[in-house]
Design a protein. Structure first.
Length: 443
């Protein structure tokens, strides 16, 4: 074998080992998920229960409507998915408790074993001490030493032995106290587990009832499938007209901004632009604009980034109470199999009289009549636009600067369908984005 072949041969195992390590660690790191704490699971469970209560509250309003069955189905479907997530969270809590119980049981076994050993050792020491407790024999043992150093070492031995006995007694008492603590912890964990098992059974019972209700509503809807299809086809046409109207308004807005930018560039080239003056400050982070006092920023507004793009998953909901009753993009109708629907945003079902509010500070660039009923409002946030449709009693005007969570109008209520819903869309230029990705869960 040549020197080159020998080098090549010896290098192969090294490369194989390096590749193996890279694959193993990269897979390990990519698949590892951070463990959920007890507090995280409890917070999640609390939020899920709040969402279910919210849907129940809105569902009670929906049942009053004339054509409530489809909305009931959507609400029930949503509630079922949340209930399943709630059960999954409870199961995760039980799994976590089971691990804690096993850990406590092992610790208790070790403590018991250690306590038994300490007691046995201490018993032998007491037995030895009882046999040799005669002070005369201790003195004889000390004075029988060969020299002073030996006598001193024997005396120290008796002193250390006495201290060791005290220390052993203290260790036994500490071990017993710790054992009692661990046994009480174990009892608490077992009680908590029993409570959670009861909750799981109760939630499963609720889930079964909801699924039964789902079947009843679904059967009722399928019996009038033709009527539903006709209504949905009309809704589809209205939705398409809405998208065309929004696209035109956005195209006009993009053109307007481009024209403004061109004018500004021309003005700068001709003459240096005058320096902009800052708004007059009053106090406590308040400003005067158009003779109106603008409220100081809330803690939530301060936590959000000034740049809309950096707030994905952190924006407040456009209503204080509600749930997504129609998702973004193409999706199958909940009652009619094979009937596809499309939404450039999300539909959020809310309570009657709910106020629509801005999800971020910005400028109102357009207000128009919506082809689906009511009005639509477009707010610019830099290069992003938020679009709110199905609004009545609009409370803002074109060109107005709005702040976070400012009311822009009332969500339109449909008497025939017995529901109040807002359609929210988010655009970047002429491209739509899923608003659900931008909204904060739990509002």
């Amino acid at each position: 074998m040549s020197l080159f072949q020998l080098k090549n041969h010896s290098a192969k195992p090294v490369w194989i080992l390096l590749v193996f390590c890279w694959v193993y660690f990269s897979n390990g790191f990519s698949q590892t998920k951070p463990p959920q704490t007890k507090q995280t699971l409890e917070n999640k469970k609390k939020k899920l229960n709040e969402e279910i209560n919210e849907i129940n509250s809105l569902l009670s309003e929906t049942k009053v409507g004339k054509k409530a069955s489809l909305n009931q189905l959507v609400a029930i479907n949503k509630k079922i998915s949340i209930r399943e997530e709630l059960i999954s969270t409870i199961m995760a809590e039980i799994h976590q408790l089971n691990k804690g119980i096993k850990r406590n049981e092992k610790e208790i076994d070790k403590l018991k074993e250690n306590l038994t050993k300490l007691k046995d050792d201490y018993a032998r020491m007491i037995y030895f001490a009882e046999r040799n407790r005669d002070s005369y024999s201790r003195l004889v043992f000390i004075f029988a030493s060969g020299d002073f150093n030996q006598a001193y070492m024997r005396l120290k031995y008796f002193q250390q032995y006495s201290q060791f006995r005290k220390k052993q007694a203290e260790e036994i008492m500490n071990a017993q106290a710790l054992l009692i603590v661990k046994i009480n912890e174990l009892k608490e964990k077992r009680h908590e587990k029993n409570v959670l098992l009861g909750s799981e059974e109760e939630e499963k019972g609720n889930l079964n009832k909801e699924k039964e209700g789902q079947e009843i509503v679904l059967t009722e809807l399928q019996q009038k499938e033709k009527q539903l299809k006709d209504e949905l086809e009309k809704k589809k046409r209205d939705a398409e007209n809405l998208q065309l109207a929004i696209k035109k308004l956005i195209a006009d807005e993009i053109k307007r901004k481009a024209d403004e930018a061109a004018k500004e560039a021309a003005a700068v080239a001709a003459k240096k632009a005058p320096e902009k003056k800052n708004p007059k400050k009053i106090k406590d982070n308040k400003e005067v604009k158009n003779n109106q006092v603008i409220p100081e920023l809330s803690e939530e507004a301060v936590e959000l980034s000034n740049d809309f793009a950096n707030n994905r998953g952190k924006l407040p909901w456009p209503v204080t109470k509600g749930y997504i009753c129609e998702p973004y993009g193409e999706h199958e109708h909940p009652a009619i199999k094979g009937f596809m629907m499309f939404n450039n945003g999300v539909e959020i079902c809310s309570s009657m009289g709910a106020q629509a509010r801005a999800v971020f500070e910005g400028e109102v660039t357009a207000i128009s009549i919506s082809p689906t009923g009511g009005k639509l409002v477009i707010i610019r946030h830099g290069e992003y636009l938020s679009v709110y449709s199905n609004i009545s009693d609009v409370s803002v005007k074109t060109g107005e600067k709005v702040i976070l969570k400012q009311s822009i109008g009332t969500v339109l209520h449909n008497e025939d369908e017995g529901k109040s819903s807002l359609n929210l869309q988010i655009w970047k230029g002429q491209k739509t984005m899923d608003p659900a990705d931008w909204l904060l869960r739990g509002k």
